[in-house]
Structure formats: structure tokens, C-alpha cells
Design a binder for this molecule. Structure first.
Ligand SMILES: Nc1ncnc2c1ncn2[C@@H]1O[C@H](COP(=O)(O)OP(=O)(O)O)[C@@H](O)[C@H]1O
Ligand SMILES: [Mg+2]
Length: 599
């Protein structure tokens, strides 16, 4: 269970600078904003007018004229009262409608900006972050904008406007004492509410925490139903659960008491203000300085002012929470990607497709070197294979070539152009990768393959499916290519996913193709079939093949043997066998395994 959004995520002070950052997102519809402000003022003018109409009505009823005159005047006033009420509500509604669009556009822009930014951030950021947490941050941040606007524009700002108008009018009409009492009590009320809310926050948090921990305790215990029985531990479990429940009970009690303190204090201040205002008015009426109508007016104003303030504690907490959520979102935006295009970066042009690693060293973390002085060349149109134990750094070579990371020293060039000095887009455009672990979109099989080139025709997709040996599989599916593959492609087997990845890359048809253990999940028969297809496709392309089974790469022009981040040997299959080094050991080990498997 996640904590309620009513509690600010932490106790840091409010960062008002968030408004400055949010401002550009709110200025898209200038006309609308001004109109909404106009409506806000109109609505408040109408509501300020109400007590005045009330006053004149009461005074009229007290006049000593003929019944007809009195009735006519009063009727007019009562109609005016109705009109003002209507205008108050109507202008308020128009204001909300007008401003809603501004908020939604801001949410859309902000959401898109964050989304684009997240795609710019480096692989490391995404590997070390929980995607669930990320999407919750985005959701909370954008809905924070909506909350903030709703409570600020529709509650705080109008209330402030109303208070200042009322204070001004009271001062103008009835002198300093009335204005002072209202002003002082509003300030006191706001101060008290904010302080009390801050103080209460810890109790609200305790309730949420107790709620979370007792729920997860119960779930965990029930999930382990069997284990509990095995050890006869029902009583033990019940006791543990009750300890949590007791904490929850105490937290709830504290929370309720603190709410009582808040509400009680607020009521006390309101009652004090009402009493003083009415006492003041009564004295004035008795002295003949004010009419009964004035008394009614003062009463109406005081009530009208405190009504919206009732929610002040809640609104304050909401605004605080929203600001923190928005701030978190902006913090995400401030995160700098590790790989950025240099300002003078040019487009990489691939003419032949020659790849050259020169003295490349690399570390994911400064304390652990992964690659050391790796140098090799893949001639244009040739096929180079990389072999080595798991963890030797083979996939890392691919990630560097694709510019997910830049080397710590040394350089990688494609046709003589340094990869790190060209735009990421242009580098990636020319490289097709069938990765070690393929993850698919939760969409249909066809759409997942089309992803390799979104504008590919049906025919091209069919062709790619055939080349990747997916056709028999597809015809066996009840929905054919329209079959949903499930989240991350979990409804497909590892081999099927790999073939989808191969089909995608076939569709992209880049000049440089990389296969990172692309057939490792296939049985030897399909592997052989796909390999021959890959050979066909790779014809004339530079291809870089990371292999697990050495038998799949004996025909490579060059084989690079990686060992612990360095190149141990390189050469053709025959040359390496003659060397009687690491490769020949690996080869013999695998041959032995194969013959054992066959027995
Ligand atoms: N993003 C990463 N952060 C830190 N270490 C990593 C990361 N990716 C891979 N490594 C480490 O780098 C080493 C080489 O990984 P890799 O190139 O994937 O090996 P392989 O040769 O099996 O493809 C491994 O020991 C792995 O633990
Ligand atoms: Mg690997």
C-alpha cells in the first residue's frame, strides 16, 4: 500500500521556487488566464455585494413608510440578492472551466518533457532505478500540478482576495476596529492552522506507516500459510500481527486527538472573532452609530470569511504535498544524462562499415575496471566473432559501440570517425543489434517486429518473419501475427523472443549488424537454420557476433577471444586452434560436451 497523497513525502520546508519553474508551463494560454482572473474578481465582487444587499433589505424592512413602498423596494433588493448569488456561482464556474484547460495543457507539456528527458538519460540511470517508482513520480508530479492549481487558484487566491476586500470595506464603512478584529483573527487563524497542521503531520504519517506494516505483515503471513502450519506458529503469527495492530490503534488515536486539537483551536478562534465582531456591532447599534442592517452585514461578512478558511489546514497540506511532488519531478528533469552529444557533434556517415577499437578501456564504476586496452579492427563487410567466458566484457563492447557509454580512454571509430564525437542518433541509425536479452512491448507480434522500421510494408514484415524462421510459429498461432505477446514478451519462449529480435533487425537492415549471443536460447537445429539465414542477411554487411557456442562462429573471418576484459587471442579458427591457447581449450571442452550430449 502506498502512503496517502495527503501527506507530504518529507518534512523539508516548502520550496516556493517550484512556482518559478512551473511558470513557463502555465503561460501557454495567456488570454484564458486573464479571463479566468477576471471571472475570479467578478465572482468575488458578487459575493462581497451580498451582505450589502442584505443590509439594505433589513434596513428597508425597518423603515416606517407605507407597506407598498416598503414591499416594492424590498422586492427589488431581494431580486438583486438572487442575481448576485447566481453571478457568484456562475463566474466561479466559468473561471474553473477556463482555467482547467491551462492546467491540463501544463500537465501534458510537463509529462512529455519528463518522458523525453527520461529517454535521454543514460542506461545506468534506468538500470539502477525502479520503473514503478519512476512512473509513480511522474504521476504524482503531474497530478501535483493539478492539485496545486485547483487549491491555489480556486481556493487560496480567491480567499485572500475576499479577505482583503472585506477588510478594506469594513475599514472604509465602519472604521478601524471592525477591520482590525477581522484581520487579526484571520492572521491568527491561518498561523494556528499551518502550525497545527505541520505538527500533526507526524501523526498522519504514523497512521500510514502502521497501516502499511500491519497490512504487509498480514499478507506475508498468509502467503506463508504452509510454513506457518509446518511450524505450528499460528499463535506466534497472531501475536506479531496484534503488535502491529496495536501500533495502528495508538497511531489512530493520536491522529484523532491531534485532529481534535486542530479543529478545536480553529473553532475557538472563529467563535472569538464572531463574538467580538457582533459585540462591537451591537454596541454601535445601541449607540445609534449603526443600523440593524449594519449588524446583519457584519455578521454575514464574518461568516463568509471563515467559511473557506475551514479547509485551510487541509488545503495547506495538499499544496505542500503537491509542491514536493512537483519538485521531485523537476529534480528528475535536472538530472544530466552521462552521454551527451557535443555541441559541435556531426552526423556519422557510414560508407563501408569498418569498425576499429583502439586501446579502449572502460569501467562502469571507477573501482572496477571492465575493459583494458582492447584493440581490434573489423574490416568492412567482414564477420568478426567474439568469444569468452560469461562476464569477460563481451556485451560491454557492444554497449560502447552503440554509445550507451563512452570509453574511459581510447577510441572507437566507424569508417575513421570517432563514435564519441558524433551524434548518438546517427551512430545508432547505422547499427542493428540483436541483444542478449530481448524484451518486447506489450503489443502484438507484428507490431513488435514492425518496431525495427515503423514504415515497413506488410510484405517486408512477412519477409523478415520468414528469414528469422518465425513463419511456422506464426502460422500455428490462433491469431497469427496479431497475437499479444504479453508484458515484456513473457508469453513467448526465449527462442521465440530472440527470433522476433532477429526479425526486427532484419527489417532495419543497417550496414553494421551485431548479434549478442542472439541464438543462445535456440535448440541446435533452429540455431543452424537461423545462422544460415543470418549469413545470408549479413552478406556484404559488417557483422559482429558474440557467441556462446563456438561451433556457430567457425566460419568467422576473425575470432577475438576475450578474457577478463582483455583480448587474449585473435585470429581465424584454424590459427587459434594451432595456437593451443585459451580458444583451443574452450573448443575442446565444448566438443567433449557435445559428444557427451549425443551419447
Ligand atoms: N551496468 C553495469 N554496471 C556495473 N557493472 C556491469 C554493468 N553491466 C555489466 N557489468 C559487469 O561488467 C562485466 C562484463 O559484463 P558483460 O560485458 O555483460 O559480460 P559478457 O562477456 O558476459 O557479455 C560483468 O562482470 C558485469 O557484472
Ligand atoms: Mg553478454
Amino acid at each position: 500500500m502506498r502512503p496517502s497523497r495527503f501527506t507530504p513525502p518529507d518534512d523539508e520546508p516548502i520550496n516556493w521556487k517550484v512556482f518559478l519553474k512551473l511558470w513557463p508551463y502555465l503561460t501557454e494560454f495567456k488570454g484564458r488566464v486573464w479571463l479566468a482572473v477576471g471571472c475570479l474578481i467578478a465572482a468575488k465582487m458578487a459575493s462581497i455585494g451580498l451582505p450589502f444587499v442584505l443590509k439594505h433589505t433589513v434596513d428597508n424592512l425597518n423603515l416606517e413608510t407605507t407597506k407598498e413602498v416598503m414591499m416594492a423596494a424590498t422586492l427589488g433588493l431581494i431580486i438583486a440578492y438572487g442575481v448576485l448569488r447566481l453571478a457568484n456561482v456562475l463566474f466561479g464556474e466559468i473561471r474553473d472551466t477556463l482555467f482547467g484547460r491551462v492546467t491540463e495543457r501544463a500537465m501534458r507539456r510537463l509529462g512529455l518533457t519528463v518522458f523525453n528527458h527520461l529517454h535521454k538519460l543514460d542506461l545506468d540511470f534506468h538500470l539502477s532505478r525502479q520503473t514503478g517508482g519512476l512512473s509513480r513520480d511522474i504521476e504524482r508530479g503531474t497530478s501535483g500540478v493539478s492539485f496545486l492549481m485547483r487549491f491555489l487558484i480556486f481556493n487560496i487566491v480567491p480567499t485572500l482576495l475576499e479577505i482583503s476586500m472585506v477588510v478594506g470595506l469594513l475599514f472604509y464603512n465602519y472604521g478601524v476596529s471592525f477591520a482590525f478584529v477581522i484581520f487579526a483573527s484571520v492572521v491568527l487563524y491561518a498561523f494556528f492552522s499551518i502550525k497545527a497542521t505541520d505538527w500533526r503531520t507526524k501523526y498522519v504519517k504514523q497512521v500510514n506507516q502502521a497501516d502499511n506494516s500491519s497490512t504487509s505483515r498480514a499478507i506475508d503471513s498468509l502467503l506463508n500459510f504452509e510454513t506457518v502450519k509446518y511450524f505450528n506458529n499460528e499463535k506466534f503469527e497472531a501475536n506479531r500481527y496484534d503488535v502491529d495492530l496495536e501500533k495502528w490503534e495508538t497511531a489512530r488515536r493520536n491522529n484523532r486527538l491531534s485532529l481534535f486539537a486542530l479543529n478545536g483551536g480553529q473553532a475557538f478562534i472563529i467563535a472569538g472573532a464572531m463574538t467580538s465582531m457582533m459585540a462591537l456591532a451591537a454596541i454601535n447599534v445601541a449607540n445609534g452609530n449603526m443600523t440593524i442592517g449594519d449588524f446583519v452585514l457584519v455578521n454575514a461578512f464574518t461568516m463568509q470569511i471563515f467559511m473557506p478558511l475551514n479547509f485551510l489546514g487541509f488545503v495547506y497540506r495538499e499544496i505542500r504535498g503537491s509542491l514536493t511532488n512537483i519538485e521531485n519531478l523537476f529534480k528528475l528533469l535536472e538530472k544530466k544524462p552521462a552521454i551527451v552529444d557535443k555541441p559541435e557533434a556531426k552526423e556519422l556517415k557510414v560508407t563501408k562499415g569498418e569498425i576499429c577499437f583502439q586501446n579502449v578501456s572502460f569501467a562502469y564504476h571507477k573501482d572496477r575496471q571492465i575493459l583494458q586496452n582492447v584493440s581490434f579492427t573489423i574490416k568492412a563487410g567482414s564477420k568478426v566473432a567474439v568469444v569468452g567466458e560469461s562476464g569477460a566484457g563481451k556485451s560491454t563492447l557492444v554497449k560502447l559501440l552503440f554509445r550507451f557509454y563512452d570509453p574511459t580512454s581510447g577510441s572507437i571509430t566507424i569508417d575513421g570517425q570517432v563514435v564519441a564525437e558524433h551524434t548518438q542518433d546517427s551512430v545508432r541509425e547505422h547499427i542493428g543489434i540483436v541483444p542478449q536479452d530481448t524484451v518486447l512491448f506489450n503489443d502484438t507480434l507484428y507490431e513488435n517486429i514492425r518496431y525495427g522500421r515503423p514504415d515497413a510494408s506488410e510484405q517486408e514484415i512477412e519477409e523478415a518473419i520468414k528469414l528469422a524462421h518465425l513463419d511456422t510459429f506464426v502460422t500455428r498461432l490462433p491469431d497469427r501475427g496479431d497475437t499479444q505477446v504479453g508484458e515484456r514478451g513473457l508469453k513467448l519462449s526465449g527462442g521465440e523472443k530472440q527470433r522476433v529480435a532477429i526479425a526486427r533487425t532484419i527489417l532495419k537492415r543497417p550496414p553494421i549488424m551485431v548479434f549478442d549471443e542472439a541464438t543462445s536460447s535456440l535448440d541446435s537445429q533452429s540455431e543452424q537454420a537461423i545462422l544460415s539465414a543470418l549469413r545470408e542477411i549479413a552478406e556484404g554487411h559488417t557483422s559482429f557476433m558474440i557467441a556462446h557456442r563456438l561451433s556457430t562462429i567457425v566460419d568467422a573471418d576473425t575470432i577475438i577471444v576475450m578474457d577478463n576484459g582483455t583480448i587474449a587471442e585473435q585470429g581465424s579458427h584454424e590459427e587459434l586452434l594451432k595456437l593451443k591457447g585459451l580458444y583451443s581449450k574452450l573448443w575442446q571442452a565444448q566438443q567433449k560436451n557435445n559428444s557427451q550430449d549425443e551419447k
